[in-house]
Design a protein around this ligand. Sequence first.
Ligand SMILES: NC(=O)c1ccc[n+]([C@@H]2O[C@H](COP(=O)([O-])OP(=O)(O)OC[C@H]3O[C@@H](n4cnc5c(N)ncnc54)[C@H](OP(=O)(O)O)[C@@H]3O)[C@@H](O)[C@H]2O)c1
Length: 264
Amino acid sequence: MMLEDKVAVIYGAGGAIGGSVALAFAHEGAKLFLTGRHLAPVDAVAKDITSSGASAEVAEIDALDEQAVDKHLQSVIDTAGRVDISFNAIGIPDMTTLGVPLVELDVEQFSQPITTYTRSYFLTARLAARRMLPNKSGVIMTVTTLHSRTGIPQVGGYGAAQAAKEALTRDLSAELAPQGIRVVGLRPQAMPESVGSKRRFFEPRAKASEISWEQFQESLASRTHPRRLMTLEEMANVAVFMASEKASGMTGTTVNLTMGSLDD
Ligand SMILES: NC(=O)c1ccc[n+]([C@@H]2O[C@H](COP(=O)([O-])OP(=O)(O)OC[C@H]3O[C@@H](n4cnc5c(N)ncnc54)[C@H](OP(=O)(O)O)[C@@H]3O)[C@@H](O)[C@H]2O)c1
């Protein structure tokens, strides 16, 4: 198994990406510590994991709350002795700013996703790194999307937030890789199985373009090389590889999972 006995903490584990990464990590032998802002969806993921015989602990943690994240990591160390993988998969619903032209957008609304995504990624990465440094080993991971690298109208501060996270991945790696800690990101395009992707990628455009969700998916798929969108399972399989020793040569980078929609 690729992640045998690795101790992994996932933030936003009740979401589409956090949940599928958790299942894939568990399948490869990792010991999971799943967290989320609300316990019910995280519990559901943990149930799937434990029913397959793997291990998953759950905790209600707001990944913007420094003390809560720190206290939880200490409890992981107390229980499992180490933290090997930190995966930040939080996603925030942003129904007020998506669909609004930038020239009409209030500055506080523009800043909100930038502050939220970067604060959470910084906090979870920094606090995990402090636990990984004594072992001179660990992997810090997050997920972004192609908004980080291409202009898309009426997404408020979302694109800037994603670009900032990718910059932080590079900067963290530049400081931590000499200490044995890799920092890597995944950049998938919208995955149709996730409700979050519908909210974030389709709904801002739905009013203006008057196309259905199905037509929107077809239009995104037509820009990929295989003419289809990625599944959550495919994304999670790459996450497993990136978290594993097999990817020991990869750090300071965000893996392009847009299947050709976005050139490197
Ligand atoms: N889904 C896609 O197709 C796709 C593609 C590319 C990139 N992404 C990116 O991947 C990330 C996750 O996407 P997703 O589709 O998995 O989103 P999702 O299904 O909406 O899940 C996001 C999860 O994050 C949790 N969360 C939000 N704020 C939190 C906080 N402060 N502390 C702890 N947990 C928090 C949510 O919990 P509650 O619901 O309980 O608040 C939810 O469980 C996003 O950054 C998104 O931009 C998604």
